[in-house]
Ligand binder design. Structure first.
Ligand SMILES: [Zn+2]
Length: 209
């Protein structure tokens, strides 16, 4: 199923949670947003779909490495000598040339997860560190594996529970869990538009539903 459909269904799940809890307009808007994001979260394991959007721009990262490499090369040329100079120039050139060959979407997703983890650690936000773990693990998974299972749902719910404690928006947990679950249900084989289904109980049971 397309990302836009998951986003819409997730947002609707957030709205349902808000209506059930009779939240005020601001909280209602927040829950719709939380639902939309959570509805997309399982597909962080898709190369270049959602992972495209939330990652730091690839161009900027390549530029950053290139600048760092350029500075290192110049510094080595002027201030170092012998083997150190040679090594500095080689490493500097590598930083300029290699990232454009090797930085892929998954690497970007991994780096985004790591950056969020660092931010969470720095700000002492446990939910952000948990989210970082979710993103980093997703960057290594293939599509429709653990993020599309009960384990993924429970872990995401655990993040959402801590998120609600932290931001104090009532219903965050319910909205996130409903929206995440809606994604898995929408991906099921029971719908004629899906060729592949969801292995809810992987890695223990590999039956596809
Ligand atoms: Zn999916």
């Amino acid at each position: 199923m397309k990302g836009s459909a998951h986003l819409t269904i997730g947002g609707a799940a957030g709205l349902a949670a808000a209506m059930y809890l009779h939240t005020d307009p601001l909280a209602t808007a927040s829950l719709v947003g939380i639902g939309a994001v959570s509805g997309l979260a399982p597909d962080l394991d898709v190369n270049g779909k959602l992972s495209n959007r939330i990652t730091i721009s690839k161009k900027w990262l390549i530029l950053f490495f290139a600048l760092a490499g350029g500075l290192l090369a110049i510094y080595s040329y002027w201030d170092l000598s012998g083997m150190m100079q040679l090594a500095g120039i080689l490493i500097g050139s590598g930083l300029i040339l290699l990232p454009r060959l090797f930085i892929k979407q998954r690497t970007m997703l991994f780096l985004t997860g790591a950056a969020i983890g660092y931010a969470g650690f720095y700000m002492d936000l446990y939910w952000m560190m948990l989210l970082s773990g979710f993103i980093i693990v997703s960057s290594f998974l293939s599509h429709r594996t653990l993020t599309h299972s009960v384990i993924g749902l429970v872990y995401f719910g655990y993040i959402a529970w801590h998120f609600e404690q932290s931001v104090q928006v009532e219903g965050s947990f319910i909205a996130a869990v409903l929206a995440y679950a809606s994604h898995l249900v929408a991906d099921m084989k029971a719908w004629s538009f899906n060729k592949k289904g969801v292995k809810w109980f992987q890695p223990f049971v590999h039956k596809e539903f």
